[in-house]
Design a protein around this ligand. Structure first.
Ligand SMILES: [Zn+2]
Length: 275
């Protein structure tokens, strides 16, 4: 079951609890390289953090792999989503630009939400929990589920190129000046034509988002959280299981950068929320 709550009760709750979300902590001190193993020949593949969500061919066996979305990148994407929801930064009133979210594909944006949920779950449940922390966790999970639902069709998340026409057709005057009495008959006809064109394009884009098979076949946040509850949050194989569940290879530790802080050592938003 999808949980339906107003967006301002969602991830933004982190702020309401007195938690200030700073500029990306994740941008500091991290390796910009992600290393993972080819799913076919186990060859180590090196890619940039920013290529998360795109598909790379293994240089050894040519097997295609999705570059995993790292924890820092997933958090950056989640922070951008939160920011745009707070600012209601929509295109033509309801659409969300993929570039605004900072993900390579729609699916990467969804995977980033899963990864942040997994990280939050681990932070909360690997030590004794209180009713309060469990309640907060449920609220965050609920908000993430709501975003998944919205981006799927109500406030569709779409690649920038798809939104070019709707931006051109979006004319606030057309929608708000219906009470005007001073316009000529010709002006009125043109205005209605523009509105019709806008509605048609709006419908096309909504259908486009709603017919994304990969998105529609992906599990709900509720289902993903139920899966997390079957895992040992302190287990060695926790992240392998999480990445396996979302169909991405698990990022490997970067041996050459042992000095780099682990994500857990940073004061990330979830740590501040649950501390
Ligand atoms: Zn390979």
């Amino acid at each position: 079951m999808l949980c339906w709550i107003p967006m301002d009760l969602g991830l933004a709750n982190r702020r309401r609890d007195g938690v200030i979300i700073g500029s990306p902590l994740w941008a500091r001190g991290y390796s910009m390289t992600v290393i993972f193993q080819c799913g076919s020949c186990s060859q180590k593949i090196y890619a940039t953090n920013e290529s998360g969500g795109s598909t790379l061919q293994c240089a050894n066996c040519f097997h295609p792999s999705v570059v995993p979305t790292t924890l820092p990148r997933a958090n950056e994407i989640a922070d951008r989503i939160e920011d745009l929801l707070i600012k209601q930064d929509y295109v033509a009133g309801i659409f969300v630009r993929l570039s605004r979210v900072g993900a390579t594909t729609r699916m990467e944006a969804l995977h980033a939400l899963y990864i942040v949920m997994a990280q939050t779950f681990q932070a909360v449940f690997r030590r004794p929990t209180t009713t309060d922390t469990q309640k907060k966790f449920d609220e965050v999970a609920c908000a993430a589920g709501s975003i998944q639902f919205r981006f799927g069709g109500l406030t569709p998340l779409l690649p920038d190129a798809e939104l070019d026409l709707i931006v051109k057709l979006h004319n606030v005057d057309d929608t708000h000046d219906s009470q005007r009495t001073d316009e000529s008959r010709e002006e009125k006809v043109r205005r209605f034509e523009r509105r019709l064109e806008f509605s048609n394009e709006e419908q096309r884009l909504q259908l486009l988002a709603m017919s994304d098979a990969a998105w529609n076949q992906s599990e709900t946040m509720d289902s993903f959280v139920s899966f997390l509850r079957t895992l040992d949050p302190a287990g060695q194989d926790y992240w392998t299981a999480v990445y396996g569940r979302i169909g991405q290879p698990c990022p490997l530790p970067d041996d050459q950068r042992k000095a780099a802080p682990s994500p857990e050592s940073e004061k990330s938003w979830w740590r501040r929320l649950f501390s």
